[in-house]
Design a protein around this ligand. Sequence first.
Ligand SMILES: [Zn+2]
Ligand SMILES: [Zn+2]
Length: 474
Amino acid sequence: MDKTYCHYHPAQPATWHCAPCARHFGDCCMPRNADAPDEQPSCPLCRAALTYLGAANRAQPFWERIPRFFLYGLQAAPLQLAALVALVSLFMPSGFMATMALLVVLISLTSKYLEAVIEHASLALAEAPSLSAAFGSGRFSLFFQLLGLVLLSAGLMWLAADFHSEAIFMITALLIQLVLPAIIIRLVLDKSLLAALNPDAIGAVIKAMGWRYLILWVFCFMLWSLPDSVTYLLAHGLPRVVLMPVATFLFVYSLVVMSAMLGYAVFQYQGALGFAAAAEDEHAGFPEPEYRKRRALAEAEIRLKEGQAGQALEVLGKALDRDANDLRLNERYHQLLFAMQSRERCLRHLAHYLPLAARQNPAQAATAMLNARQLQGDYLPEDALVCEKVAEALLARHKTREGLSLLRNFHQRFPDYPHVPRAYLLAARGFAEGLGQLEPAQKLLGFIRSRYPGSPLLDEVEALEAVISRLAAN
Ligand SMILES: [Zn+2]
Ligand SMILES: [Zn+2]
């Protein structure tokens, strides 16, 4: 099956499709709303309801992989286990207790291994688990859970037999058989018999797979009867000493094949089964405000890639009406206006954006400032603190002249600003360290000394003066 990817992000698998627009979207473009998880997303381009693709894009359906499950059982580890169990079955002790004890050991080993097979296959691992899964320190409780399951089924059948009606007996037997694969799947996922017997949990498995659960069931049933049929065919002419291990070997083999198929079905329906814990977190969605913001950003990107810059701007503008002070939205809005060379609108927006960015992310503000200067050569922010912050970020980026231009005549432009000494100290550093111009730096430091004799920055002024005089001496 060919994989489809997001039309706008070629590395992301597609999860949604719009038929009218013939566009695939990945989760990248379709943030989920955690406050309305059942909300059906609509197409960002035409607003039509989208079709959910689910894991269909990631997993091949299990019924197309039946031959692979048979091959799976032919790997070394499952064959060794089948051979071992078959061999031991040849040497069954004669006493009842000893036979029982040996059976418990064999069933326990096999079931532990099968559980590992289901777990491996549910992660779509092609390699069977090693034999250590059977002998390792896995949980022993599985044996008792299976025993409980057998006893419960037997009890139900016994109750059904009490009605003396063949129909009731047959229906009970069929129902038990029908839910068994779902119970096994839940038992492996939940590790608890009580949880596995919960009708809601069983129903969830069957509901997730829909009518395809019947395919799974039919194959399990066929695999279960396979050893019987084969031994029946071989029964004529073969001695019991050969027949017994052959039947046991085949039985273990078909159980491995069955487990591989059950495990893969879990993988294929992981979303619906609530199995993919990590992946689920990823797509759990965002609270309403964050969701709307992400949705707007994604939609603007899609519009832009479709060559609809005007609509992209509109989408971001609406989002900004709701959330005027969001830095990310403002940044995108600014970039778009600048790219469109929409001079007036961009400068108008900068009056709002630049102070915002200067507070939250001065480096970003420095970029916006450089853009502003391209639109208007003498652009200056109106706020003293913004000038200072942006100048500092520009100096750090070695855009010394641009940075210094923001600090020029600070005491005249902002006579009431309490941090003029700090701004001039910054400017003096810019002159001395950025441009190597010692004279203007000394002048600025002298100005601080004479105009602000009580400034707490005088220590730093002195230190910089010392550096400058050393530089001047060289
Ligand atoms: Zn995308
Ligand atoms: Zn559409």
